[in-house]
Design a protein around this ligand. Structure first.
Ligand code: ZN
Length: 565
């Protein structure tokens, strides 16, 4: 053979070797997804623009050491392969440290993982053992029909008191396990120590604490009653924390679990929340979706995130939770995601949520659960205490003293949906702000804007505020008891409708457009009536509420505006 032939043969050999290895690698990936429900791959960091494309299509799980980790399921595998990335399959973490408890009481030693039935029993036991302080509720059901459970912990637990509502939730990624046991243990700790620990008592008495230890039960218990090979995604192979409505990715269609979660969160209107994950060690705060935008309350978010991580370090030493700015990062600086719950709550529901990454290891070995608790216990308590600070106020009509569902904002400061609303039924509101002096504007249909100047906010202290609003004589909507009170109005998504007292029981709700065409009609007994206008075209509408009990009716007009992002 001459040299030329040798070189050509060698080239052919190399080319076929390359494609052969690609095929086997792809096959291995398919097999892995088939066997475990998902697989993790790693590519080298391709730059921010490429990340932007990737994060819209597949689930990035972490960016570290100039590498991008990506979780793939049957739903996303083909897109990933079509991009022809040079990738490696990440070996699955050995799950040998995931020891299942042998009994409910064994599980409640908090050094093993409960089976699904044990988890269910523990949640019921909390309510049974502390009926005055703890109520078991359900957020919804998973695709496979498992209950998504939540505990409410508060004094007078069966009453809906005008107290700040706070929310802890974990393991929306079914294979990120540490936070699951941590949440159960926190509930146990709050209930057990209520009578003896003044700090715990202060929280339970003055907040309505909701704890959802397991947001994705189908992922965690994919293979059955024990945790054997859990998945990040739900039973449809969808990453639930990339699946909330997002103005930057309108193609997202929420999964069953998230539809239920959104309804629950809309109803409760949490003022402060946290979502617990593993795979990294950092407190991540908004925004996840915008690198160029800072949240109006960035300084406050940084302060509470810093406090969480700094308190952790007191108990863990400096080697734990020290990524980025010593354990704190603005989400998009780590990597951009769309459809995350943190941004959804903070943007859509005027809440304040952070994402807490508890452990580098997604599946914290059972033997390390005790340490995880010791490191985080004080921070978990301290984070909830943030809800007791800031401005707590009530907005009422100057004459009738009835609550006014005002919009509350700070001119020149608020942006990107950072304002808050007073509760329609009680007039209460909570506003967290960085230390300083603030001018608050109160605005409501039928009222003159009211500005309260120089409201002082001090870190770790509560400021109380009582605001009376004067109605404008030209607009009788909010003082005439026969008129429904709608807010926000105009709206682009949800309008809460407070009906006059004469409209009792079940009502027929009819929505009529400006051409007089009835476009929506349904029955409801909910109060307030929640009108979803997200799918209506921009324009002016009339809504009529007719009681099917008394026959009384009342109507009002509202405006839908289109969103521009
Ligand atoms: Zn996660």
């Amino acid at each position: 053979m001459n040299t030329r032939i040798i070189i050509i043969s060698l080239l052919i050999f190399l080319l076929s070797a390359v494609s052969f290895s690609q095929v086997t690698r792809n096959e291995k990936l398919f097999e892995e997804v088939k066997k475990y429900g998902e697989a993790e791959v790693v590519i080298s960091y391709p730059g921010r623009n490429a990340i932007e494309l990737i994060t819209r299509n597949v689930s990035i799980t972490a960016v570290k050491d100039k590498k991008v980790y990506i979780s793939l399921t049957a739903a996303t595998l083909n897109w990933f392969l079509s991009q022809k990335f040079d990738y490696e399959v990440v070996e699955k973490e050995p799950a040998k440290g995931i020891i299942s408890a042998s009994s409910v009481s064994g599980a409640m030693e908090w050094d093993s993982y409960p089976t699904y039935t044990q988890y269910d029993s523990i949640m019921r036991k909390f309510q049974a053992d502390y009926p005055q302080l703890c109520r078991l509720d359900t957020i919804g059901t998973s695709i496979m029909g498992r209950l998504v459970l939540v505990l409410k912990i508060s004094d007078n637990v069966n009453d809906d008191e005008p107290e700040p509502e706070v929310f802890y939730s974990s393991t929306i990624h079914g294979d990120e396990l540490g936070g699951f046991v941590l949440m159960l243990r926190l509930a146990d700790y709050l209930l057990k120590n209520y009578n003896t620990d003044s700090r715990v008592r202060n929280l339970v008495d003055n907040l309505e604490i909701w704890i959802n230890p397991l947001a994705n039960p189908d992922g965690t218990y994919r293979t059955g009653n024990e945790i054997i090979s859990p998945t990040r995604s739900n039973a449809n192979g969808i990453d639930l924390n990339r699946n909330f409505p997002d103005p930057m990715n309108p193609s997202i269609v929420p999964e069953k679990e998230n539809i239920d979660m959104m309804a629950f969160m809309r109803k409760r209107r949490f003022v402060l929340s946290a979502n617990f994950h593993s795979g990294f060690e950092v407190v991540n705060f908004p925004w996840d979706r915008w690198l160029s935008k800072y949240h109006a309350d960035h300084d406050w978010f940084y302060y509470i995130s810093r406090k969480y991580a700094d308190t952790v370090h007191v108990y863990s030493g400096p080697a734990y939770m020290n990524y980025y700015d010593n354990g704190v990062v603005r989400g998009a600086e780590w990597y951009i995601i769309y459809g995350g719950r943190q941004d959804f709550i903070t943007w859509e529901l005027q809440g304040r949520e952070v994402t807490i990454e508890l452990d580098d290891i997604k599946q914290t070995p059972a033997a390390q659960l005790e340490l995880l608790w010791q490191y985080n216990r004080q921070s978990l308590i301290g984070y909830l205490e943030n809800a007791l600070y800031g401005i707590h106020g009530r907005v009422v009509d100057a004459v009738t003293k009835k609550p006014v569902p005002a919009k509350i904002y700070i001119a020149g400061h608020d942006k990107d949906s950072s304002h808050v609303y007073a509760d329609s039924l009680t007039g209460y509101f909570t506003r967290f702000l960085a230390q300083g002096s603030w001018n608050l504007t109160f605005s409501a249909t039928g009222y003159r804007d009211t500005v309260v100047q120089g409201v002082n906010v001090v870190n770790n202290q509560r400021t109380d505020l009582y605001v009376e609003m004067k109605s404008t004589p030209t607009d009788i909507d909010s003082v005439n008891p026969e008129k429904p009170l709608l807010f926000p109005n105009p709206s682009s998504d949800i309008i809460e409708c407070r009906l006059p007292d004469s409209i009792t029981g079940q009502v027929k709700v009819s929505v009529i457009n400006s051409n007089g065409v009835k476009i929506l009609e349904y029955l409801t007994s909910d109060r307030p009536v929640i009108l979803n206008v997200a799918y209506l075209d921009a324009g002016v509408y009339t809504v009529v509420f007719k009681s099917t009990v008394t026959g009384h009716s009342a109507s009002s007009r509202f405006v839908v505006y289109s969103r521009h992002y």
